[in-house]
Write a protein that binds this ligand. Sequence first.
Ligand code: SF4
Length: 341
Amino acid sequence: MPPAIILLGLAQRPTRGNRGRVDNERFKFLNSAMNTTEPYRRLAPWLRHRFGAAVRIIALDGGGTCPNRDGTLGQGGCAFCNPHGSGSGLAAQGLSLTEQYLQAYHRLAQRVPQAIAYLQSYTATHGPTGRLTAQLAELVGLPGLLGVTVGTRPDTLTPTTWQVLCASPVPVLWLEMGLQSAHDASLRRIGRGHDAATFARACHEAQRYGLPVCAHILLGLPGETLAHLRATIAFLNALPITGVKLHNLLVVRGAQWEVSWRQGRLPLLSRAETIAWVVEAIAALRPDIVIHRITADPAPGELIAPGFAGDKRGLHAAIHAALKSTGTTQGCRLALPNPTA
Ligand code: SF4
């Protein structure tokens, strides 16, 4: 199926109580065409194009837990994840979603009055569905809120969860779903607790429900080479996803990897290798996929290694320079799935 048709399919989200009918007006933003002279389809200009003005993503910590921490699958978490489930820890400090959103929103409301709230911490779709329903309901109507993006794992999306997501009155809604790698051996090494096939099935389910998916992957996982990265990108290219986040490996405080790294058991990409891997990922990626991030974004104070990851601005500049000097654009070396693999 060509990408344009994939996008058209995702642009249509079944309305509550009538899955056969689609609500084009509510969700057709995914089908936006955008002319860009940039080497890849960057999220910020894409959102500006779609909503007519700049849009911020406001990350929120809704607390909770995930199957890799509460004993459902395991207790230690994924090897890379911080003890707050990649969140800020503000929920544990007693700040509600509304308080967190308003604090962040008012800081820049004059300059950027539109925002999308990101339920980032742990797995927002894990646990009692009433919790997710309440969180989505709490966010509706907050000033400047255009929509919500929900952090999830592919193995937590039950029929009830899909119902909750589809029934939500939030006008714009998409899923942030971790794949990390298309290689099951890598997923086992980092203790993900699901395989790549589960991720693929969840993407197809999301398409059926009209919910867009932004896939998260990690670049430079132990044991992986550029060939593994190309295969992961090819895997994503074959799925009905609309966005991707590229993350370079980070060792953050309190993660399992902190111990491995201190014991010298976790090799990390150098800065030059990181830049080369990001360029390769962009070159191999389907051109319609919006790239939400090209590097990881450590929270203040949590980064242990590599030191260069703390200079996000410098790393981005170097990646953009490498894209320019090599004439690389998104999809210029499109990776397709290997049918014999
Ligand atoms: S990455 Fe997600 S699933 Fe893994 S430990 Fe962190 S919150 Fe849990």
